[in-house]
Write a protein that binds this ligand. Structure first.
Ligand code: TMP
Length: 223
């Protein structure tokens, strides 16, 4: 075993976690990190848009409920600005160091939310996103899928547990129709890139979902 001989094999794989609100992907990432650490595989866990200090400031603009007047085009550019910083200062350096990078949302979220959800032109998104992401593409994307109603119910229950019960952000307060378009958008992207995506039924218990997550990650890092 690599860690017993003192030599750790570089794995440099980029894995993204995607899904609608309340799909449980953040819990699943935490469990996946525990799994990689058990196996002594060097990894970095990060998220968009808040994976850098600059991204945190951008998120402040993006999510505040009083920013309801933020236009869709500015929203797209802000997510991509956060991505530009994140890819260059966190994701690419970690991959160069031979680490597995687990990222909670990435470019697919922009196609699903700003493309399918807000109705922005896909070709414009592609150009801006490629520039921001320096053409960085995940090796594996796990899409956590469940009915929109079930996801939003979970997201609301999570917010009610927070100190501020009205904590839902600009996105969680959108219409059911908006979230349905996002789910459909994700399923469409998956259909167009079946080699990269794995669809995970997220309407099950945490352990059953994690079993699938570990199976897909092991298959990738053994390659
Ligand atoms: P979450 O990952 O905690 O759910 O929060 C991120 C929110 O930002 C979520 O509502 C999806 C949204 N989002 C976009 O609309 N476009 C993007 O490109 C990204 C990364 C996230």
């Amino acid at each position: 075993m690599a860690f017993l001989t003192g030599r750790i094999k570089p794995v440099n794989k980029f894995i993204t976690f995607e899904g609608i609100e309340g799909s449980g992907k953040s819990t699943q990432i935490e469990l996946a990190v525990a799994y990689l650490r058990e196996k002594a595989i060097p990894c970095v866990v990060t998220r968009e848009p808040t994976g850098t200090d600059i991204g945190m400031k951008i998120a402040d603009i993006l999510f505040k409920r009083e920013h309801g007047h933020l236009c869709a085009e500015a929203e797209l550019l802000l997510f991509c600005a956060a991505r530009a910083q994140h890819v260059r200062t966190v994701i690419q350096p970690a991959l160069r160091e031979g680490k597995v990078v687990l990222c909670d949302r990435f470019s697919d979220a922009t196609y699903a939310y700003q493309g399918a959800g807000r109705g922005l032109d896909r070709e414009i998104i592609r150009i801006i996103n490629d520039y921001s992401a320096v053409h960085t593409r995940p090796d594996l994307t796990l899409l956590f899928d469940l009915p929109v109603e079930a996801g939003l119910k979970r997201a609301t229950a999570r917010n009610n547990r927070l100190d501020d019960p009205a904590a839902s952000d600009r996105f969680e307060r959108e219409t059911l129709e908006f979230h349905r378009r996002i789910r459909e958008g994700y399923l469409e992207i998956l259909k167009n890139s079946p080699e990269r995506f794995r669809l995970i039924d997220a309407d099950r218990n945490i352990d059953a979902i994690q079993e699938d997550v570990r199976r897909h990650i092991s298959a990738l890092i053994k390659q």
